[in-house]
Design a protein around this ligand. Structure first.
Ligand code: DC
Length: 216
């Protein structure tokens, strides 16, 4: 699986921790490709909704996961809050995770390498990654960030709802039996609660350069 010449950076963390922003910047900085793995689970949830099915149908979710195409990941509606919540339900099905594992690994281990963000990238998808980051932030701050993001997208939302959904999603993503969100033993933890985007980025780059120095 692992092509040791590839430069692979993993960014894991809970929702609205800032991992997408960080991962995109890191990809640009290190001239690597970028994969938002959450969009895979969101795309499955969205297809199920379009077929008029609810997210509790595990077998259907697996069938959709096996037939997912790259283009399915670009649908703007995937960013909806309710799709994120449904994605979290679907992501707990072991066969769904199995179905999308090879795609993620192939993406990561195609030269020159890639930055992937998600929940289980450093622990399950790319356990031999060059550098692993775990980005966290306290929940109030994550809720504030999510509300701002939704407002910028023109999606009105109620703070209490966003908080409730985030609590539910955090719990499910951390407690599920397969590939739960957790800190990989060799991951670098950054708490972004009181840091600017630039500070998080600089902190991460510093760690990655040091780590890269150790492997070459
Ligand atoms: O990162 P996101 O909010 O777009 O992810 C949506 C859901 O997908 C998240 O609640 C859990 C799931 N997910 C996962 O289980 N594993 C990943 N690597 C990425 C996302």
């Amino acid at each position: 699986m692992a092509n040791s010449i590839c430069f692979v950076i993993t960014v894991d963390g809970p929702s609205a921790s800032g991992k997408g922003t960080l991962a995109r910047r890191l990809a640009k900085h290190f001239c690597l490709r970028y994969l938002d793995t959450g969009s895979i689970y969101r795309a499955i949830a969205f297809k199920m909704e379009k077929n008029g099915c609810d997210s509790l149908q595990a077998e259907l979710a697996e069938r959709i996961a096996l037939r997912l195409a790259k283009e399915d990941l670009n649908e703007p509606e995937l960013r909806r809050e309710d799709i994120g919540l449904k994605a979290s339900v679907i992501a707990a099905y072991p066969k769904v995770r199995e179905a999308v594992l090879d795609y993620q690994r192939e993406f990561a281990y195609t030269l020159p390498g890639a930055v992937l963000d998600g929940r289980d990238i450093g622990t399950v998808v790319c356990p031999n990654a060059t550098a692993k980051i775990y980005l966290d932030a306290n929940r109030e701050i994550r809720v504030t960030r999510r509300l701002k993001e939704l407002q910028l997208r023109g999606m009105e939302s109620i703070e209490a709802h966003v908080l409730l959904e985030m609590k539910e999603r955090d719990k499910r993503d951390k407690k599920r039996s397969v590939a739960p969100l957790k800190l990989a033993q060799d991951a670098y933890l950054i708490d972004s609660s009181n840091l600017t985007e630039d500070e998080v980025f600089e902190n991460a780059v510093c760690f990655i350069e040091k780590k890269y120095g150790e492997v070459v």
